[in-house]
Design a protein. Structure first.
Length: 53
């Protein structure tokens, strides 16, 4: 999931450099959502691992 967030971030940066504002904004938004989803799942998995022990 973190990989896909980074891919969308790179797509957003390239689209922004080439002047495609709409695509850059959409890709940046998708990257942001995926990154925060990754963080939430990571924290939940750490918490579950600590609770298991």
């Amino acid at each position: 999931m973190l990989y896909y967030a980074l891919v969308f971030l790179v797509v957003a940066l390239i689209a922004g450099l080439l002047g495609f504002g709409g695509i850059a904004g959409a890709s940046a938004s998708i990257a942001q959502v995926l990154f925060f989803l990754f963080l939430v799942l990571f924290v939940v998995s750490l918490f579950m691992r600590l609770m298991r022990r």
